[in-house]
Design a protein. Sequence first.
Length: 277
Amino acid sequence: MALIVQKYGGSSVADSDSIKRVAKRIIDTKRAGNDIAVVVSAMGDTTDDLIDQAMDVDSNPPAREMDMLMTAGERISMSLLAMSIHAQGEHAHSFTGSQAGFMTDARYGAAHIRHVHPQRVMKALDRGEVGIVAGFQGVNADGDATTLGRGGSDTSAVALAVALNADVCEIYTDVDGVFTADPRIVPTARRIARISYEEMLEMAAGGSKVLALRCVEYAQRFRMPIHVRSSFSHRPGTLIMPDDVDVDKIPNLETGQLPDRPAAHTDRQRDMTEGRS
Ligand code: ASP
Ligand code: MG
């Protein structure tokens, strides 16, 4: 049995029908014999809408209140996704960043993850439930909600995957992986089947918007394989992983055998502090 962390971006959960579709995909992966923890972004343009609402009442809002507001978006998607999974016959339990143990520093709007203590998520998985975690958010030492910066749910997903000792972190988006150019603009762009962390970092630094830079750095540091793929198709996506690891160690490629999970749910304590400050 494999442990898979799946992250669904805002375009994959933009409305009720999309949430139902994603719930079905999660259930299918679970019924294939995997443990699943999910990180979810806010629905569609919710985060931008929340910022507009803030600006309507205060052109210079206090940073703490801004993060209180911004974390609301992911609360909506996480609870609706849990309900949709429930409606389709499986159990799910949603968690805010704080409940999922995402401890951050105090920089509102640009917080860095210090540690992830996902005990409650592990317990949900042990009960046979899908654990759903709000992306892009954590809690500081004062107990106040923080956000990681725009696009931060990718980093949340990799950090959760590392903390749970998952076999792979799947990042679902609206394109079939990482391409040589933006396939929505350049029709001859080719999908890259496998790429190293170093090359992916170069692409991210060069303006590729597929993955947040911090997310790739975090994955590289902990050698966490990432599979970027589309939530709208079942085609293979792009694997970002260490050069010396075999592709058949990666579960849920829809190509056959699932490897056994070694030391599951490790409580090995690691320094999760993000590299850059
Ligand atoms: N919802 C947040 C944003 O739009 C986080 C994310 O989507 O990763 O930036
Ligand atoms: Mg978003």
